[in-house]
Design a protein. Structure first.
Lengths: 115, 110
């Protein structure tokens, strides 16, 4: 069974460009989470969805960040315009049912470098 | 504000040398405490969930325990393949938000 799939695995872009990160959760999971990991701040939750609906986006750093989940098998995280301080590893995770406190399964991450 | 603090930041062990990692937390209403393992260049991998003080869980050489203020991850007779960053996280509400600690980097030398 495939785990969480993220693409691209690496992204190098220039400041001001638009960046789109993609995630396919584990089939049957109904919750999806976007995290950002940096050396300084560790692993931080950006936003999460339950049944395709955004529940908490309080971790989204600013309006340059947006996330969508058009269906149960796909989500995107977009940064427009990108800045060098956005450089980080972005993880997507999914779980079966939020209220049951089930464990979250993480994807391999997208390493983003903004020059 | 929910806080999770892990110690030590880094731990170097010889193969077979048992030790413990600590995760202390200050939260209002703990729902669950999670331990994850992260290898370089990979996403965190789930290890354990603990829900109440006094609970213990084991998996191979790892054993996690929970009190009202902290959790320990005990590593018995570690092997080099146990080298990784170990993360703990807390869940304090009825939905899925996890707050992670900074992690402990464990290195086990043969």
């Amino acid at each position: 069974d495939a785990g969480v799939i993220q693409s691209p695995r690496h992204e190098v872009t220039e400041m001001g460009q638009e960046v789109t990160l993609r995630c396919k959760p584990i089939s049957g999971h109904n919750s999806l989470f976007w995290y950002r990991q940096t050396m300084m701040r560790g692993l931080e939750l950006l936003i999460y969805f339950n049944n395709n609906v955004p529940i908490d986006d309080s971790g989204m750093p600013e309006d340059r960040f947006s996330a969508k989940m058009p269906n149960a098998s796909f989500s995107t995280l977009k940064i427009q315009p990108s800045e060098p301080r956005d450089s980080a590893v972005y993880f997507c995770a999914s779980s079966l049912e939020v209220r049951s406190y089930n464990e979250q399964f993480f994807g391999p991450g997208t390493r983003l470098t903004v020059l | 504000e929910d806080q999770v603090t892990q110690s030590p930041e880094a731990l170097r062990l010889q193969e077979g040398e048992s030790s413990s990692l600590n995760c202390s937390y200050t939260v209002s209403g703990l729902r669950g405490l999670f331990w994850y393992r992260q290898d370089p260049g990979k996403g965190p991998e789930f290890l354990f969930t603990l829900y109440s003080a006094g609970e213990e869980k084991e998996k191979e050489r790892l054993k996690a325990t929970l009190t009202k203020k902290e959790s320990f991850l005990h590593i018995t007779a570690p092997k080099p393949e146990d080298s990784a960053t170990y993360l703990c996280a807390v869940q304090v509400r009825s939905y899925g938000k996890l707050t992670f600690g900074q992690g402990t980097i464990l290195t086990v030398h043969p």
